[in-house]
Write a protein that binds this ligand. Sequence first.
Ligand code: TYD
Ligand code: MG
Length: 472
Amino acid sequence: MARREQNFICQNCGAAYGRWQGKCDGCGEWNTIAEESSATARPSMPGRAPRKGRLFALEPLAGAAHDAPRLASALAEFDRVTGGGFVRGSVLLLGGDPGIGKSTLLIQVAAALARGGHRAIYISGEEAVAQVRLRAERLGLAGAKVELAAETSVEDIVATLSERETPRLVIIDSIQTMWTDAVESAPGTVTQVRASAQALIRFAKRSGAAVILVGHVTKDGQIAGPRVVEHMVDAVLSFEGEGSHQFRILRAVKNRFGPTDEIGVFEMTGAGLCEIANPSELFLSERDLGSPGTAVFAGIEGSRPLLVEIQALVAPTSLGTPRRAVVGWDQSRLSMVLAVLEAHCGVRLSGHDVYLNVAGGLRIQEPAADLAAAAALVSSLANAPLPADAVYFGEISLSGAVRPVAQAAARLKEAQKLGFARAVVPEAARTEGGSESGLSLQSVTSLAGLVADIAARGTRATRPDRRAVGDS
Ligand code: TYD
Ligand code: MG
């Protein structure tokens, strides 16, 4: 008789092993491997003849397109991230830290759809119906015709959803609490999460309902459970924010039906999440004018220009290895800018700690922020406040040259709209419609020129005297 096979599955990454071990070779985590029975997950039972395959018709690529009509929710910031609304039969995974506002966002989305006359269903595996109602009441959404349930059995959920008119939107909060009879493992295990997600995805594709799965996030920001769920769904959205800040950013990590570089900006208020249509105003609202070490970066997030303040602090240190700390920007990008400042601009930073922060908890990924970061760093080092009415953008190459970046005209237009009067930009931006922006443009071809410019206005030398260099 064939021995019933046992599988040991890593609960973090889903890697399978024949026997238990302390460390997963796949993801390097300790104590994440648990035994799961795979008997029921195997499609062919020993001793039974393999099923003969059913024949199905193959279709030509051309033909009556099964069009993907989108259903826009009334939340413009949400639709911006999904790429214009929910696609029929699509499945979205929404990840985020606990307490960041996932349930709040989704009940608002469900209510918005219900108000538009569509059938929206919210299934909570974590909260009782009364708790969900209480939240909706606080949000002033109690009047919306959202259908609620507190259920965790996937079979029951699929049966109930299939019974009446197909819903347009189904929210499953959260996928980690769901379980299916098809596998024996406990709820929350990789096998259960994967099987439950599979069943719900099958339901979505069959019925045409859009399904949103809420996914918990681990400490290091990954969606807990198998990464495979991320591969199974059509889009992965992540809801982010800093605990101390009121605003939240919705970002698409993967999207089969839209762009992945758009962000949606919300503010968490006493009455739920409010959309922020003009995020630049929010990110610049508490600017510390006239102090050294801050520069305004004219960036682009997706298709939308976004102004944000970059703050730097360069302070003498007695440590042998000075600190380089960065929040909201790439650490290696900072190292590169520092290296270029040292190598090509004569700025000595080896005796200084360097801190760089993107105000408001935003995370910038564009290389175009190089010039603003460099300006903020030199401004702090030289104790020279930058002009309060100037914006900066441009990529810095390893040779110290300032390189052009995309969409210069859009960046300049946004800066002008928000009352800025000048811009420090790469040479090419002047020709790219920059002249019509109404801003006074200062084009820089090399970083050294800008550094000399800022340092000339400062009260501290960018090349420290012997004492401060300090290797005696
Ligand atoms: P919630 O949506 O429950 O988070 P998640 O589902 O991601 O775990 O949001 C919980 C937090 O949101 C909680 O700390 C309180 C805050 N909150 C508000 O500030 N205002 C509100 O109107 C609501 C409903 C929640
Ligand atoms: Mg929740």
